[in-house]
Design a protein around this ligand. Structure first.
Ligand code: 5GP
Ligand code: SF4
Ligand code: MG
Length: 459
């Protein structure tokens, strides 16, 4: 998912609209914007299923009055694709309102939810984001203290925007698993999952919101606080590998450049001689350019993406996912015919997409197809908000590289090494994995995970 927040800028809803549009790749299923009108302190909101440009139009945005806003784009996983789960979630809170937008997943949501239900809470959605609202609402403390307590209670990977009629709380989980940045626009503040959204609205990047940080904005401005100490930064590796847009920077690292370095590292670790190099669009084009630069093998546009289809993994069912691939990609016959092709992709999850793409290239006349993957084998599920199937559906959890190669019908298959990946991203050498979570590769989860931990993501 993606979140976008505005504090202290006229026409906040239009700004949120453009910001969310820039974050559309993070979730195409539903979206929403909630604003607060500082004069009468009233909430205005609109949510809908579909893309930002479909859900909002000029009259709707004009109705969302105010200088403060939080917005959300969502993708869901396990069939919970419904309007009730569209965010921001809005609640009546004391004499006013409360709105919450989250990117990520609360691992201990089932446990907290059950406890609150026994105490009388009635949940309106199946989204784990609702848990934080109940924790805040049940606390006798003032909003900011209650939010702090609630943040200390939850475990997981999340970026939160929590808004009341007079305050905005912005928080990142204690490990900074999900990206979140702060920008400045005039006298106002802007918050976004990715820097590309700051660029889109013309806001200046100020800094990344730090792990365990809790920022409070009110009529007196910005107050910087923490609810948890920084023990271990663990930003999601999959954000660097494919999820975030290449023009975004995470922790100061540009993603196009990092992906290029992953490609050139692949060329050093697993050189394959070939006639052309092609990347699976869009996420692997940068890495393919890096491989081409390192080896001198020409980069070619061997695959074209139809830009009017969404990212395949966002579509909920396997059946749709399988249908989606043909809608989405075509091989360029005149480019690949008679050629030995190096095909770079970001990950192999189930193996079905990779197999289809390899076959597309073969059907278009490629004589050899060598697959190079810029992530290590994805063998463990994610509990922190990246949509991954159960362990048993993760092909790398039970199959060797050679077995996967055979399944996807490639002439050869290589994955980047863990160290190669970490070096390619860069980042601070003094931190574990240079400040990244790599649990889906190395099984080292930065938070406790127990049998009950919620696998699916709310977002
Ligand atoms: P596969 O070969 O596993 O079917 O698909 C791999 C490609 O699809 C990768 O490019 C990856 O970005 C995307 N993908 C497909 N399914 C998922 C999924 O469930 N989660 C994630 N993170 N990516 C997926
Ligand atoms: Fe990202 Fe993998 Fe960690 Fe999940 S387990 S947060 S996908 S690196
Ligand atoms: Mg892909």
């Amino acid at each position: 998912c993606g979140v976008f927040g505005v504090f202290g800028y006229s026409d906040a809803s239009s700004l949120a609209y453009y910001g969310l549009h820039a974050l559309q790749h993070r979730g195409e299923e539903s979206c929403g914007i909630c604003t607060v009108d500082v004069e009468n302190k009233g909430f205005h909101y609109h949510r809908g299923m579909g893309l930002v440009k479909e859900v909002f139009d000029q009259p709707k945005l004009e109705g969302l009055k105010g200088t403060r806003a939080i917005g959300h784009v969502r993708y869901s996983t396990s069939g919970e694709s419904q309007l009730a789960n569209a965010q921001p979630l809005i609640f009546k809170y004391r004499d006013g309102d409360l709105a919450v937008a989250t990117n990520g997943n609360i691992v201990n949501a089932p446990e907290i939810r059950r406890e609150l239900e026994y105490q009388g809470s009635i949940f309106q959605t199946t989204s784990d984001t609702e848990v934080i609202a109940h924790l805040i609402a049940r606390s006798p403390k003032d909003f900011v203290s209650a939010a702090k307590d609630a943040l200390q209670r939850i475990v997981g990977g999340f970026a939160f925007l929590i808004m009341t009629n007079d305050k905005l709380v912005v928080a990142s989980d204690p490990h900074g698993l999900r990206p979140l940045v702060m920008g400045k626009l005039g006298d106002g503040y802007v918050f976004a999952s990715e820097t590309c959204a700051l660029e889109t609205v013309g806001a200046a990047y100020v800094r990344d919101v730090q792990p365990g940080e809790m920022l409070v904005l009110d009529k007196d401005g910005l107050h910087e606080d923490r609810y948890a100490p920084l023990v271990r930064r663990a930003t999601c590796a999959m954000e660097y590998i494919y999820f975030a847009r290449p023009d975004s920077d995470i922790n100061g690292i540009n993603l196009h450049s990092a992906r290029k370095r992953m490609g050139s590292r692949m060329a050093i670790e697993s050189f394959v001689d070939a006639d052309i190099v092609t990347g699976v669009p869009d996420s692997s084009i940068s890495a393919a350019i890096g491989y081409a630069e390192q080896t001198g093998i020409p980069y070619e546009l061997g695959l074209i993406k139809n830009k009017y289809t969404g990212r395949t993994f966002i579509q909920p069912s396997q059946e749709l996912r399988e249908k989606g691939v043909k809608m989405k990609l075509s091989a360029v016959r005149k480019v690949v015919e008679g050629k030995r092709v190096v095909m770079i992709d970001d990950s192999i999850v189930r193996g079905t997409t990779s197999r289809r793409i390899v076959n597309l290239l073969r059907e278009a006349g490629a004589t050899e197809v060598h697959v190079l993957i810029t992530s290590p084998p994805f063998a463990n599920p994610c509990y922190y908000g990246i949509d991954t199937p159960d362990r048993k559906e993760l092909i790398a959890s039970s199959k060797s590289v050679e077995e996967i190669r055979e399944i996807i019908n490639a002439d050869s298959l290589y994955f980047i090494s863990n160290q190669g990946y970490v070096d390619a991203v860069g980042g601070n050498d003094g931190e574990i994995n240079r400040g990244m979570c790599m649990a889906c590769f190395d099984n080292d989860y930065p938070t406790p995970i127990d049998a009950e931990s919620e696998k699916s993501c709310s977002c």
